[in-house]
Write a protein that binds this ligand. Structure first.
Ligand SMILES: CCCCCCCCCCCCC/C=C/C(=O)SCCNC(=O)CCNC(=O)[C@H](O)C(C)(C)COP(=O)(O)OP(=O)(O)OC[C@H]1O[C@@H](n2cnc3c(N)ncnc32)[C@H](O)[C@@H]1OP(=O)(O)O
Length: 242
C-alpha cells in the first residue's frame, strides 16, 4: 500500500515535471513567435509610412509591402496550430475563421488581382490590420513576460470596437472591386465540359464569401466583446486562480 502511494507520487512528480517542461517550451516559443510577429507588423507600418511620405500617394504601396505582408500574414496560420495543440486557450474555429479570411484576402484577392491593388479599400484594411496586429502581438508578448502596460491591455480590448468594422468595410469593398475583373477573366474558375465534370465559378464564390460576413463577423465581434468583459472587468483573474 505504502509503496503504491510512493509509486503514485513518483508518477505524479514525473507528470508535473513533464507538464512544466512543456509549459516552459510553449511559453518560450510563444514569446519568440509574438516578438517576431510584432516586429514583422512594425516593419510593415514603417514601410507604409515611409512609402507614403516619399511618394505622397498610396499608389504602388501594396506592391512595395506585398512580400512582407504575405510572409507575416501567412505565418499567422501557426495560430490555428497553437489552438489545436492547446498551448493557447482560444477556439480553433474562431482563430481559423479569422486567419483564413485574412489569408484569403491577401493571396486569393489582393495578390492575385493586380488591377485592384491601388484601391483605397486595400489601404484601409492594410492600415487597420497593421495597427491591430502591432497591438495584439505586443499585448501577448508583454502578457507572457508578466510586464503588461495597462495602455496596451486597454488598446487590445477597446480598439477592435472601431477597427473590426473598419477592417470588414475595407475587405468587403476590396472584394467588390475585384468582382468585375474576376467575371471578365474567369480566373480560378472551372467551366464545363472538363475531364473532372465539375464546374466552379470564382465570381459566385466571392459573392458567397461576401455574404458569409453577415453571420460570421458578428460572432467574431461578440467573441471579442466577451473577451473584453472578461479581461477588462477582472473575470479573467477568477479563471486564472482556478
Ligand atoms: C475560404 C475563405 C473563407 C473566408 C470566410 C470569410 C468570412 C469572414 C468573416 C469574418 C471577417 C473578419 C474580418 C477581419 C477583419 C480584421 O481583422 S479587421 C482588424 C480588426 N481585427 C481585430 O481586432 C482582430 C480581433 N480578433 C482577434 O484578436 C483574434 O483573431 C481572435 C481569434 C478573434 C482572438 O480571440 P482570442 O484569442 O480568443 O482572444 P484573446 O483575448 O486575444 O486570447 C485568449 C487567450 O489566448 C491567449 N493567446 C492567444 N493568442 C496568443 C498568442 N499568440 N500568444 C500568447 N497567448 C495567446 C491570450 O493571452 C488569452 O489568454 P488568457 O488571458 O490566459 O485567457
Amino acid at each position: 500500500m505504502a509503496s503504491g502511494e510512493e509509486d503514485g507520487s513518483v508518477e505524479e512528480k514525473q507528470t508535473n515535471n513533464k507538464k512544466r517542461t512543456k509549459g516552459t517550451i510553449a511559453t518560450a516559443w510563444l514569446t519568440f513567435y509574438n516578438i517576431a510577429m510584432t516586429a514583422g507588423w512594425l516593419v510593415l507600418a514603417v514601410s507604409m509610412v515611409c512609402f507614403y511620405l516619399q511618394k505622397g500617394s498610396h499608389k504602388g504601396l501594396y506592391k512595395h509591402i506585398a512580400r512582407t505582408l504575405k510572409c507575416f500574414q501567412t505565418f499567422a496560420l501557426l495560430e490555428i496550430g497553437h489552438c489545436a495543440i492547446g498551448i493557447v486557450r482560444t477556439s480553433v474555429i474562431v482563430t481559423g475563421v479569422q486567419v483564413c479570411s485574412r489569408i484569403f484576402m491577401v493571396w486569393f484577392i489582393t495578390n492575385s488581382i493586380r488591377q485592384i491593388q491601388n484601391e483605397g479599400s486595400v489601404i484601409l484594411f492594410l492600415v487597420v490590420w497593421t495597427v491591430t496586429e502591432i497591438t495584439r502581438y505586443s499585448f501577448y508578448t508583454f502578457n507572457l513576460i508578466h510586464h503588461l502596460p495597462y495602455f496596451i491591455k486597454w488598446a487590445r480590448y477597446n480598439m477592435f470596437i472601431v477597427m473590426y468594422p473598419l477592417g470588414v468595410v475595407g475587405e468587403l469593398l476590396t472584394i467588390q472591386a475585384a468582382l468585375p475583373y474576376v467575371r471578365r477573366s474567369g480566373m480560378f474558375s472551372l467551366r464545363l465540359p472538363n475531364k473532372y465534370n465539375v464546374s466552379f465559378d470564382y465570381y459566385y464564390f466571392l459573392i458567397i464569401v461576401m455574404l458569409s460576413y453577415i453571420p460570421l463577423f458578428p460572432q467574431l465581434f461578440f467573441h471579442m466583446l466577451r473577451q473584453r468583459r472578461r479581461v477588462l472587468h477582472g473575470e479573467v483573474i477568477v479563471e486564472k486562480d482556478e
